[in-house]
Design a protein around this ligand. Structure first.
Ligand code: LLP
Length: 421
């Protein structure tokens, strides 16, 4: 459920008309709903009730400072994957003991930054990384809390670019080698091994792969405990999918996911962490765009929008579907067309949808891309020298610009011309 609903034929974000935001900030823009973000975080938090737990929001989904602060104020921890995300978490006031650091390529500088600023744990993904962290921690005279991410070789049954739990993926250490690597970790004076980490992929619409992976983690917990390791924390990753197409059967709910966690690892008495990103932010955001032209091709009609693949790359990159709806609801019985919906960028890949059935639209009309709150603004670029589009946060009947649209000169002035030119 989200908070983007029609009232009297007008799309609203909570209690604000989307057209009102468009008039104030221009198009295109992203708009996020506080109520939806809050609701989705709470669903996860409640799903793990009764277990010692921390929901660590995967900031990569949407790392706007306001979004991070909003979730942090609700008690969320943060899952960060770069020094930049760590810094954002810090600036949003998230205490170090609620920040976990994931990612396959943490640099020495990132490790130093997190150890100096405070960290709940590093999720280690390889032996060389483990040796580096041990060295960095010892050189700083501290001990780094770590889990080791295991790769359970489970098929997450999702898009190949976002599956991470198969042995051919770059993530984690093979679960078959876990005992050996944990023994090595235990011998490192700069490391404190606190638990196990696993994350098998994103946009999972079936719970079975989670069940298999968590079952393997439960077995591993017992094996490692028998080997003498004090496994007291399990980071079970993120990945629960969202309904991108309202016409499809909805994916499992956070409560189903929570019940699965209790069933598979609840008996171990470990502290549980999860790292959801998409389900918290995805349906809490829309991207609003204006039709520039309706162009008739030889065998089709193109809806040319003022947003493009640089603003929302998911359709181009993953052939992802986003529902695209008119901001002004069509009159009953209005004519329909099948449009190819495209942006102004100079490549054919700049296509949001092909032969999408919609009520007829005209130049100047506003449309909203649903489910654009996660992996939308964060994946945007300035390709074609198109400035990043603004982000808006709505709460009840108020809205605020939480990232402003840069001017052309602000965008361009980051370049410098060398003295010899
Ligand atoms: N934890 C780790 C270690 C991850 O790598 C990810 C996502 C998450 C948590 C959060 O997963 P979520 O709950 O959001 O599914 N750009 C792609 C998605 C990439 C996901 C990468 N890792 C997309 O637009 O679909």
């Amino acid at each position: 459920m989200d908070h983007f609903l029609y009232r009297d034929g007008e799309l609203f974000a909570e209690d604000v008309a989307v057209s009102e935001i468009a008039a104030a900030v221009g198009t295109p823009f992203y708009a996020y709903s506080t109520a939806t973000l809050t609701r989705h975080f709470r669903l996860f938090d409640e799903a793990l009730e009764g277990m010692d737990h921390l929901v660590c929001y995967a900031m990569k989904a949407n790392s706007n400072l306001a979004v991070v602060k909003l979730l942090g104020d609700l008690g969320a921890g943060m899952d960060v994957v770069s020094g930049g995300e760590y810094r954002r978490a810090q600036l949003a006031g998230i205490p170090g003991e609620r920040i976990v650091f994931s990612g396959v390529g943490k640099t020495r500088e990132e490790m130093e930054m997190a150890l100096a600023g405070g960290i709940r744990q590093f999720n280690i993904e390889s032996e060389p990384e483990m040796m580096m962290l041990d060295q960095v921690a010892r050189s700083m005279g501290v001990c780094a809390p770590v889990t080791i991410r295991v790769n359970p070789d489970v098929d997450a049954k999702t898009h190949e670019k976002i599956a991470t739990g198969k042995k051919e993926n770059k993530f984690g250490i093979p679960i078959s080698r876990a005992r050996e690597v944990y023994a090595q970790a235990a011998a490192c004076k700069g490391l404190d091994v606190v638990g196990i980490d696993v994350h098998i992929g994103s946009q999972l619409t079936d719970l079975a792969p989670f069940e298999t992976a968590y079952g393997l983690v439960a077995d591993l917990t017992e094996t490692l405990r028998a080997d003498g390791h004090d496994i007291r924390r399990l980071d079970l990753g993120g990945g629960l999918g969202i309904p991108y197409e309202q016409s499809n059967t909805p994916p499992p709910l956070p409560s189903d996911f929570g019940a699965l966690i209790k069933r598979t690892v609840g008996h171990l008495g470990c502290e549980i962490e999860i790292e959801p990103g998409r389900l918290i932010a995805g349906n809490a955001g829309i991207m609003v765009s204006r039709v520039i032209y309706v162009k008739s091709g030889e065998d089709r009609e193109f809806l040319i929008l003022d947003s493009a693949m640089n603003d929302l790359v998911r359709p181009t990159m993953y052939q992802a579907h986003h529902d695209i709806v008119p901001v002004r609801a069509p009159e009953p019985g209005a004519a329909r067309s099948a449009y190819d919906i495209v942006g102004p960028v100079c490549e054919s890949g700049d296509t949001f949808a092909r032969e999408r059935q919609m009520h007829r639209l005209n130049a100047g009309d506003l449309v909203a891309f649903r489910s654009a709150g996660a992996y939308g603004a964060v994946m945007a670029s300035e390709y074609n020298s198109r400035p990043l589009i603004p982000e808006i946060l709505v709460q009840d009947d108020q809205f605020a610009v939480i990232r402003a649209r840069p001017t052309f000169d602000e965008m361009i002035n980051r370049d410098t011309i060398p003295v010899w030119l």
